[in-house]
Design a binder for this molecule. Structure first.
Ligand code: KG4
Ligand code: ZN
Length: 341
């Protein structure tokens, strides 16, 4: 380890992944350990907050120990501890925040609270070493759908967002309706490959006067209506066609609005972030549209798209070098806004 290296431990526990990672100099991942609770929550068809918190408590020490061991460092080598403090499930967030505070207190290290979504955006820095702000980022996760201008490290301007369901939420609900189970996004992605995306015309909502906002509750209801209609008419329900047509309706809207925003705000680079950024149809459609519009497109590998500690370590590094330090009164903030400090 070079003397000048900056080492950050990133801790993430906002939803159903207990995760920790060690990041060197902001962009190199020395370790990235994720304990997923998906199998546990699958039984209930979605994340059960109380169970998530308990599981985080069980797993967090082990996950951090593994992350340090894999990076071949100890807590003493760290420059700071970065932790997600919002948005997310309050009980789940509290586990990570309390853990980070305990380590910082015991080892006399700086504590840096990180915004979960800013973490998702920062995941793009890991595999694109030359990517720097400004760029436009489409954030599509289970709880969030935002179009954001990343003006500088840690400086964000929201130019559009969903008025109702997040994209990932719509994927999960539609998946449940066609019997695919939780989490639905990856399952729809897979099934859609066998279906006809033009089989059913689902609505693509526009918000009057807000060209960069989104709404996904309409398309979700349209899928449910379609299924009910088939049942009532005794027609077959073709799950693969529903998955492909739903996915197309959603990705068309995401791509169209992102390209329009990039042009309007004179951005040359577009990035994708969040769990749904690993959707193959979204990546392909965005790739084509960006190529046509002469824009560079970046997105993280799937492992850095869904919740992980590395993205928190990266975002935490930029916060740390910008001077952000949190004190012992750092609390979990379930509805923390982007850019809020
Ligand atoms: O970012 P994330 O791990 O957690 C949140 O911060 O919400 O995103 C999880 C969401 C879930 O809704 C999941 O269904 C969705 O991302 N997702 C996908 C894919 N992989 C994960 N949605 C569509 N296609 C995928 N391949
Ligand atoms: Zn997330």
């Amino acid at each position: 380890m070079e003397a000048k290296d900056t080492l950050i431990l990133g801790i993430e526990s906002s939803c159903d992944e207990t995760a920790a990672a060690v990041i060197r100099n902001g962009r190199q991942v020395l370790s990235n350990v994720i304990a997923s609770q998906i199998d546990l929550h699958k039984l209930y068809g979605g994340v059960v907050p109380e169970i998530a918190s308990r599981k985080h408590i069980e797993k967090i020490n082990q996950v951090i120990e593994e992350a340090l061991a894999e990076a071949k460092i100890t807590l003493d080598d760290l420059d700071a501890i970065a932790v997600t403090y919002g948005p997310g499930l309050v009980g789940a967030l509290l586990v990570g925040v309390a853990e980070a505070k305990a380590i910082c207190f015991a080892k006399n290290k700086p504590l840096v609270g990180v915004h979960h979504i800013e973490g998702h955006v920062s995941a793009n820095y890991i595999e694109h070493p030359d990517l720097e702000p400004p760029f436009l980022c489409l954030i599509v996760s289970g709880g969030h759908t935002h179009l954001v201008l990343v003006k500088e490290y840690g400086v964000y301007e929201i130019i559009g967002q969903t008025r109702d369901d997040a994209v990932g939420e719509a994927f999960d609900k539609v998946a449940r309706a066609i019997g695919l189970g939780y989490p639905g996004g990856p399952k729809i992605d897979k099934l859609a490959k066998e279906g006809n995306a033009d089989a059913i015309r689902f609505p693509k909502a526009k918000i009057e006067g807000s060209p960069f906002d989104f709404s996904f509750s309409g398309v979700k209801s349209a899928v449910l209506n379609h299924i009910n209609g088939c049942k009532m008419k005794g027609e077959p329900i073709v799950e693969a066609d529903i998955a492909a047509s739903f996915q197309k309706a959603v990705t068309d809207v995401l791509v169209e609005r992102t390209i329009k925003a990039a042009k309007e705000y004179h951005m040359d680079v577009v990035a994708l972030a969040g769990g749904v950024a690993s959707n193959s149809a979204l990546r392909n459609a965005m790739e084509l549209a960006c190529k046509k519009a002469g824009l560079r497109l970046c997105y993280p590998s799937p492992i850095y798209c869904t919740d992980n500690g590395a993205m928190i370590g990266v975002a935490g590094y930029y916060e740390y070098i910008n001077g952000t330090r949190h004190s012992w009164d750092l609390n979990a903030v379930p509805n923390l806004k982007i850019g809020q400090r």
